[in-house]
Ligand binder design. Structure first.
Ligand code: 6R9
Length: 642
C-alpha cells in the first residue's frame, strides 16, 4: 500500500465552501440522532411538494420495507424544471457538447420545459399512462434527458438501457418490466464510430410482442429499416406537439424509474426508485458533495444508462437549477486533450468522472493536459470503483493543478445517490479513501458472523439506517430484494462491498465481496458472462473471474471447457469473445480466455473461484486451502498453461 498523504483542502476553498468541518459535524450528528426531523427539514428546503407527508420514514429492514414521505405529493419534472422558471427561464439548463468538437448548444430552462412538455404530449398520444413502463435506449444527446423528464412528468416509469448493450440484453430488460414503448435514435456516435441503436432495437423487439411503439429520434439521419406499424418519427410529431403539459400529481412512493444492474447470480435485477425520496437525495447530495453554488458549470461524464447519469447528470443538478453538461463523446477523441478542451470551452468548474478514464488518460502522459488551461476548475470528483493513489495524485496535481479538492464518491445503483465521500470544505483528503458518511448515512463494518467491528477494522460494509434515496424493491421480485440485501445480516442493508476503517475513521472501500466484477466502472455479474459463454454450441462449461487490470481496474478472465472433440484454437477464442459481445455487449468481452480441460471444483461440485482468481492474477504460490478439491490435478494443469 502506498504512503498516505493528507491533502488539506485549500484554505480559499474552505472559506467559500458550503460546509466546513464544524458544520458537517453538527449536521451529521443531527441527521443520525433524529433522522426524521433532519430529513423533514431538508425535504422542505430542497423540494416543492403539492401536499406534505403524513410520516417521514417507515422502514423495516427485517421485511425489506422502506417508505419515505408517505402521503406526500409532488412531481419530479416540476421540481427539475417549472419551479425554476420564474427566475431562471433564460439560464442554461443543459450544455450539449457533441462527439465532434465545435458542435455544441445551450438549452435554457424555458427550452427544457417546452421540449419536455412536447415529449410528454407525444408519449401521451401513443397511449402512455401513469404507471406504464417506457424503455429508453439512446445516445448521450439532450433528448435522453427530455425523455426521462417527460416520463416523470406524466407518471410513466422509465427504464434506461445503456446504448452499449446488445439487442439480446435490451430484449430481456424490455420483457422483464413489460415496456410497451421504446425510445431510441437512428444511430449514436461515439469517438467517430456509429452505434446502430435503431437496428439493435428492431432485433430486440422481434422478441417483444407487447411493444407497440418505437419512437425514433433521427440523430445522424442515416437510413434505417422502417416499420410504419410501430416506428414513429419523433421529429415529425415534434412541431405540432404542445409546449404545455400539466405535471401529473404523484405520490412520494410512486415509482420514478427502474434501472437494471448486475448481481452475483441470475439475470440483472430491475432496481426500483420512487419519486420523493430519490429526488430529495439526488438534490441534496449534488449540492453538498459537489459544493454546488450559483454560477457553477457542472459536468459529469457518465452515461445516462448508468445510475450516475440519472442522479448526477440529470435529476440532482436540474433539481438544484444548475447548468449541467451532456457530452456525447469519449475522453480521447479526436485527441487525448478532449476532456480538458471541453472544460476550457465551457468554463466547467465542477468535473466528475471515473477512475478508469483517469488511468487511461494518465497513461498518455501530461502533455495533452498541459496544452489546456483548466483554470475554471475548482472541484474534481470520481465514482465507480476504487481509485488507486497514483491515479488520484495525477488527477490532483496534473489535472487540478493542486487547486481542486477531489471527492471520491462511493455509492451504488441501489443507493440512488452518494453515501460515502469527503465533503470538499469539511474533510482533509486521503488519496484512495472514500472517507466519511454523508448526512443520514450510518455505515458499519461487520465480521463474518455479523458482529459489528469498532475502530480500525476491515469487514463487510453495511448500512444501519435508511436514507431517502434507497431503492425500494427489485421490480417484480420483492423476495429477491430481501434475499440479496437484507438476509445476510438481519437488520442491516448489505452493500456487497468490503471496506476498512482507519485510525481517523476514514473508510477505504476494498471492492466487491460477491461475484460481481467492476470493469472500467461497469458492473457485470460473472454468472451473466458464464451463461453467455455456455450458450455457444462448442462450450461445455465456463467460469469467469476478475483479475487486476491497469486501466480497467478489473479485467474479465474466462476459463472455458470445450465440448469433447472441439479443437482449442485462437480463432475459436476470437469467436467466443465476439459471441459474448453479441450476447451482452462489448463491455463484457473477456480479456483473456484460457482453455480448461477441467475446472477446480469441490466434491459437492462448486467451482472454486478463489483458486481461479489466484491463477488469473498469476499468484500461484499462494493458492490457499486446496484440500477440498475433488481433483487436484486440474489446478496443476491450469497453472502450467496460464
Ligand atoms: C455509482 C456506481 C456500484 C459498485 C459499488 C462498488 C463500486 C462505486 C466507488 C466504488 C470504490 C468508489 N464503487 N464507487 N468502489 N470507491 N468511489 O458506480 O454504481 O454501477 O451500481 O456500482 O461500484 O463496488 O458496490 P454501480
Amino acid at each position: 500500500m502506498s504512503q498516505v498523504h493528507l491533502h488539506p483542502t485549500k484554505d480559499n476553498f474552505v472559506e467559500k465552501s458550503l460546509v466546513d468541518n464544524p458544520k458537517y459535524q453538527a449536521m451529521y450528528q443531527a441527521s443520525i440522532t433524529d433522522p426524521d426531523r433532519f430529513w423533514a427539514e431538508q425535504a422542505e428546503k430542497f423540494i416543492s411538494w403539492y401536499k406534505p407527508w403524513d410520516t417521514v420514514s417507515e422502514v423495516d429492514y427485517h421485511q425489506a420495507s422502506i417508505k419515505w414521505f408517505e402521503g406526500a405529493e409532488l412531481n419530479v419534472s416540476y421540481n427539475c424544471i417549472d419551479r425554476h422558471l420564474p427566475e431562471k427561464a433564460n439560464q442554461t439548463a443543459i450544455i450539449f457538447e457533441g462527439d465532434e468538437p465545435g458542435n455544441s448548444r445551450h438549452i435554457t430552462y424555458q427550452e427544457l420545459h417546452d421540449e419536455v412538455c412536447r415529449f410528454a404530449n407525444i408519449l401521451k398520444q401513443r397511449g402512455v399512462k401513469k404507471g406504464d413502463r417506457v424503455c429508453i435506449y439512446m445516445p448521450m444527446i439532450p433528448e435522453v434527458g427530455y425523455a426521462m423528464l417527460a416520463c416523470a412528468r406524466i407518471g410513466a416509469v422509465h427504464s434506461v438501457v445503456f446504448g452499449g448493450f446488445s439487442p439480446e440484453s435490451l430484449k430481456t430488460r424490455i420483457l422483464d418490466s413489460d415496456c410497451k414503448v421504446v425510445i431510441t435514435a437512428d444511430e449514436g456516435v461515439r469517438g467517430g464510430k456509429k452505434i446502430p441503436l435503431k437496428k439493435n432495437t428492431d432485433e430486440a423487439i422481434a422478441g417483444c410482442p407487447n411493444v407497440h411503439t418505437v419512437l425514433v429520434i433521427k440523430h445522424t439521419n442515416n437510413a434505417t429499416d422502417w416499420n410504419s406499424d410501430i416506428d414513429v418519427d419523433y421529429k415529425q410529431l415534434h412541431q405540432s406537439a404542445s409546449t404545455e403539459c400539466a405535471p401529473e400529481i404523484m405520490q412520494a412512493e410512486d415509482p420514478l424509474f427502474i434501472l437494471y444492474t448486475s448481481g452475483s447470480t441470475g439475470q440483472p435485477k430491475g432496481v426500483l426508485h420512487t419519486s420523493g425520496g430519490y429526488i430529495l437525495y439526488a438534490a441534496i447530495t449534488h449540492k453538498y458533495v459537489f459544493d454546488y453554488q450559483e454560477g457553477d458549470i457542472y459536468w459529469c461524464t457518465a452515461d445516462a444508462g448508468w445510475i450516475t447519469g440519472h442522479s448526477y447528470i440529470f435529476y440532482g443538478p436540474l433539481a438544484n437549477g444548475a447548468t449541467t453538461l451532456v457530452f456525447e463523446g469519449v475522453p480521447n477523441y479526436p485527441s487525448a486533450s478532449r476532456f480538458w478542451e471541453v472544460v476550457d470551452e465551457h468554463k466547467v468548474s465542477i468535473f466528475y468522472t471515473a477512475p478508469t478514464a483517469i488511468r487511461a488518460l494518465m497513461a498518455l502522459g501530461n502533455e495533452p493536459v498541459d496544452l489546456t488551461s483548466r483554470k475554471s476548475l475548482r472541484l474534481l470528483g470520481t465514482v465507480g470503483e476504487p481509485i488507486n493513489p497514483e491515479a488520484w495524485e495525477w488527477y490532483y496535481k496534473v489535472v487540478g493543478g493542486e487547486n481542486c479538492p477531489i471527492v471520491d464518491t462511493w455509492w451504488q445503483t441501489e443507493t440512488g445517490g452518494i453515501l460515502i465521500t469527503p465533503l470538499p470544505g469539511a474533510h482533509a483528503l486521503k488519496p484512495g479513501s472514500a472517507s466519511k458518511p454523508f448526512f443520514g448515512v450510518k455505515p458499519m463494518l461487520l465480521d463474518n458472523d455479523g458482529h459489528p467491528l469498532e475502530g480500525e477494522a476491515a469487514g463487510s460494509l453495511v448500512m444501519a439506517q435508511s436514507w431517502p434515496g434507497q431503492m425500494r424493491t427489485v421490480y417484480g421480485d420483492h423476495k429477491r430484494f430481501f434475499d440479496t440485501y437484507f438476509s445476510q445480516f438481519p437488520g442491516y442493508y448489505f452493500t456487497g462491498d468490503g471496506a476498512r476503517r482507519d485510525a481517523d475513521g476514514y473508510i477505504w472501500i476494498t471492492g466487491r465481496m460477491d461475484d460481481v466484477l467492476n470493469v472500467s466502472g461497469h458492473r457485470l455479474g460473472t454468472a451473466e458472462i458464464e451463461s453467455a459463454l455456455v450458450l455457444h454450441p462448442k462450450v461445455a462449461e465456463a467460469a469467469v473471474v476478475g483479475f487486476p487490470h491497469e486501466i480497467k481496474g478489473e479485467g474479465i478472465y474466462a476459463y472455458v471447457t470445450l465440448m469433447i472433440g472441439v479443437e482449442q484454437t485462437d480463432s475459436l477464442k476470437q469467436e467466443l469473445t465476439q459471441f459474448v459481445a453479441k450476447e451482452i455487449g462489448p463491455i463484457a468481452k473477456p480479456e483473456v480466455i484460457q482453455w480448461a480441460p477441467g475446472l477446480p471444483k469441490t466434491r459437492s461440485g462448486k467451482i472454486m473461484r478463489r483458486i481461479l482468481r489466484k491463477i488469473a492474477a498469476n499468484e500461484f504460490d499462494n493458492l490457499g486451502d486446496t484440500s477440498t478439491l475433488a481433483d487436484p490435478s486440474v489446478v496443476e494443469h491450469l497453472t502450467k498453461n496460464r
